[in-house]
Ligand binder design. Sequence first.
Ligand code: BGC
Length: 961
Amino acid sequence: MLSTQIFNKIEENAQDNYLIDFNLKKIDVGAFINQTTMKLSNKVITVFATGLFTLFLSCEAVSTVEPAQELSLGEGFENPIGFYDATPSFSWKLPQGIEKQTAYHLVAASSPELLSDSPDLWDTGKVSSSQSLYISYEGNPLSSRDKIYWKVRFWNAEDQPSAWSEAAHMELGLLQNSDWQAKWIGLDTRKDGIKGKSNTIIHTPQYLRKEFAVRNELVSAKLYVSAKGVFKGFINGKTISDDVMSPGWTPYQKRIESLTYDVTDLLQEGENAIGFQLASGWHFGRLLWNKMIWGQTGSPKILSQLEILYSDGSKQIINSDESWKGTTDGPIRFAEIYDGETYNANFKMPGWATPDFEANEWRKVQVAPLENDIAIRPKRHHSVREKTTLDTKDIITPKYGAGIIFNLQQNMVGVPRLRVPMKKGDTLKIRFSEMLDPDGKFYTDNYRSAKSTDYYIASKDGMIDWHPTFTFHGFQYVELSGFDTSQEPKKDWVTGIVQYSDFDKNGTFTSSHEKLNQLQSNINWGLRGNFFDIPTDCPQRDERLGWTGDAQVIAPTSLFNNDVHAFWASWLQSLRESQFENGGIPWVVPDVLENAKVSAGWGDASVTIPWDVYERTGDVAVLEENYQMMKNWVNYHQSQSENNISPMKDSFGDWLQPIQAKESNKRGDTSKRLIGTAFFAHSAHLTSKTAEVLGFKEEKEKYQNLYQTVANAFEKEFFDENGKIQNSKATQTGYLLALHFDLLSDTNKSKAEKHLLDKIEEADNHLRTGFLGTPLLPRVLDAMGETDLMYKILLKETYPSWFYSINQGATTMWERWNSYSKLEGYNPESMNSLNHYAYGAVGEWLYENIAGIKPLEPGYKKIEISPIPGGGLTSAEATYESPYGKIQSAWRIEGDTFYHDATVPPNTIALLSIPLDYEHNIIVNGRSIKDFNKGQVIENEDGTIFIEVPSGNYSLQSSLR
Ligand code: BGC
């Protein structure tokens, strides 16, 4: 088949000096013919070409089909080192213009040289499959430090092979504790620690160092490092990476992450030095209720193993051990996540991490072996890093307070960079705030006990250039006092360094509505501020914890906006490790509350997040990894329930529902029993679907039956025969749960829908939903065909609504619909975060419905692109970097005409819809839909028109009916 095609091409084109690509060489057939000075007929050329082809068959044919791109492993890692998984999965994207893949061939080798001719690790041969994502490794077993080089080619719809991709690579980290020769080392900082809030011990940050010699002919050097606490590493005075607050936050009693750095370029022949700054971080930090879960004994420690490879194959290993020395007399005098950092420049130790430094005063370190029950494992997502910076927009001299205020005009998370003039011996005091009221009052009540204050003590006159290392703040305003007042404050004194986990932006949404664009921006800033190694509730007060409910509601929106596949997969591992023996999931993960309490809608994160990640990435591994946790959680619901009603007494209900009865105590007016039972049914349902994907037929049935049984019990208990909530207060959220989780019989369903509409009308088209109800509102209204109503609710300007907070000046999502109002000032509650992402869950509706990009099959293998214009919007656009490539949906209305441009990535198909109002005169890519032959036109019973199309760019045009 292939040969026939090539011959035909040669026959067709030989007289035009056609270029044929064979085996990397371009052979100019025409020129060749001329050289031979023979006059060849086409027939002769065919014979010649046959010979040529036979000749090249023995070599490797290289195609004109462009190669696969963006090769990645696991949850989207490109050429990782220190990788965590010895049986990774392989993914690639097909180049634009390729409709689909029909087969692939992947080879993997232990060296680049072996890759093309004798891949010694894995050779799949040609596999007939359209799968271009998450191909499981089935090659030779791999172990710690192993390297793998790999490349892939694919066959297109015409069965033509692509060229081979460029080679990608991966190197494993240290996968087992037994790979570590290094020991935990550090100074005992407990005995001279400072007493903090509730008598907690605040450890003085320490500096650790070691000198060593490097021979010549060094080939490579890898540094494996972990810490109990947080570290910053240096070799010969240079930082080893820009990572922030490494190694990050996991359930430390079970697992601490390690990082791998290629430090070859930092080493030099002869004398070298390695050094670490080490502070408490989360491990020894005071967290929320000051229980100091991991920090009750001991002091921060570092674990460092530097492996140097020489050209003769020999290896030198520099381990953290008793030969290291340490001091607490460095310039970082104090560092605490909630309280801030103090830097005293008088304690500077120039060159402390270089071999020239005299460390005579430094003390011997304490040494401890690795514990058997704490796994040291490679970090499985990217560290927090500096992602962007914000300049000061204006300087305010307030009526109150001692300092000058720098306004970044954006609430953010990270640290300030300070380039400020100072006088020797003076102390610069740096305070933070998320908001300033019109009076100029600096608002810090909502930090609660978090002091969130940094200090810099100057050792000489002049400009300082400094930022804190081992703390982070949530702020828009920075107040400075103690600077050289003879100088006029300048905007460039303060820059905001924005820090969050190092993932890329994945999706965009814009529209003709300015406030909607501000909402999208607020949602994004909420995500940035709270994806600080783990998903947190808030980034500023004495909390910043992995509240499971908040994570559960924001997951779908986060997956659109950012590439957080690995981020979630990693936190889900912490969730599994934190699950109680009885199947309960703690309120927060990592569990620093240790109160054994469980909440419905919070613990259900263990089921809903794996499912959300699977739906949006298509990665079955996330279901495989978490299936047992899902089942345990459903069993927990069951164990708590009586007659299938799951009360979950320690639940947070529909947390922070606006306008609730006082006695509801922040938990909203919806019955906790109703919520618990609804989530019980829903989690059973998703577990059944997961069992189906994983091929567990019996369990699929079992959980499906359980879902039905619980749904029946739910309906009987909480709904009367008129579809009205009974036995408890009827609320928007009560109806939303019943409808979205499909818990009512058909007859009751339509009646309940009516009651929901009444409830919304009663509230003058405002929402009355808290954390749990809010994400369901748009989904339910869409399913009911009430998109116009959803637009009304979304575009409301009055309390409670999304725009209400924007009207009060919000640049992030707020914890409460009325955290601040221009009329009444700050909400009197101290639990009043101005950076809390939960209500940003509506973001899903912006891109799935306004712009219209939805996955119809996991990973967007099949996509629905069906925008629903409304709310007076004249245009909207979303782009999304799906696992298969970029999806785009951009629409605009001009006069009576609706224009819609859509991009469908390679190896997928999409259903493009025409909005109901605009079905007249449909034009696709410049021609009437009647002549459309690139896909199928489908007319639904409700009159909606779809076209099912393969990868490509489409322009649709329709006019008002
Ligand atoms: C957090 C919430 C969390 C809640 C539980 C709060 O302190 O900030 O977002 O879900 O507690 O009710």
